[in-house]
Design a protein around this ligand. Sequence first.
Ligand SMILES: [Zn+2]
Length: 305
Amino acid sequence: MICLYQRTIKRPVEIKGIGLHTGLPVKMRLLPAGEHEGINFLRNGEIIPAKVEYANGFEFSTTLEKNGIKVRTVEHLLASLYLTGIDNLYIEIDNEEVPILDGSAKPFVDAIKFAGIQALNEEKLYAVINKRVRAGSLDKYIEGRPAYSFLITYHASYDNDVIGNKAFTFEIDNREDYLKVLSARTYCFLEEVEYLKQNGLAKGGSLENAVVIDGKNGCVVNPEGFRFKDEPIKHKALDLIGDIYLLGNPVIGEIYSYKGGHKLNADFVKALKEQNAYELRYASEVLSLINENQCLDFLSKVSIR
Ligand SMILES: [Zn+2]
């Protein structure tokens, strides 16, 4: 899915809920923005860009902070913007944390559809990965490499039967997987609940907005079970997409995450920047490169700086 023009929304839309970690009520308004303005949060008079430079908290969610003003748990909203191709948006928020809603990105996507998608006059800019890049260690890492579209693989490895050791590959044009990824809910382990509570986290967490997995007994606590097979791995893919968007542009390339989480996702985005492992290309350039060359030529062309 390569969109030619940058996108915003047609009209403002309001979203209300509670924060997963703070448990506090929050009201958000998504507002249209112009070409090249990017994604920005507006809170207490501060403009906080949704960029990795402002990411500084990663415990069970991703937090942005500028001049002491925080916005927490931005990843599912950012994933919904990535998946609907929204490049420019203001997000006015009246509390510290983005609402968790049902724990997935689906309610944000529904709100964006309700507001309507507006194409702008400028072409979209893609971050085209032009060489191999890696962040992390041997037991947890993320690797990126050149490819013809946006392709991500999340490889989970848990010592339990509910999730186990499995990988899921998501290609953005696969409609069925697209719907599953955006509907995959936040999850946690029953064994973690005590830790979360003691550390002042998950105060708003419930079976309404999270899947709770009983690792010891190999079952799901929620009576309805999973929405579909491998929902937790698909949620990890969703988190990865949201955190990747802290780069500021959608990606053309393949990303493989082995047991990655929010901190590693952000480290990978930083590695892409620090190692000059991508270049920004307008959509028409990306399309013509793909159409003209298809294979090896494309890779060699994108690596010319
Ligand atoms: Zn998540």
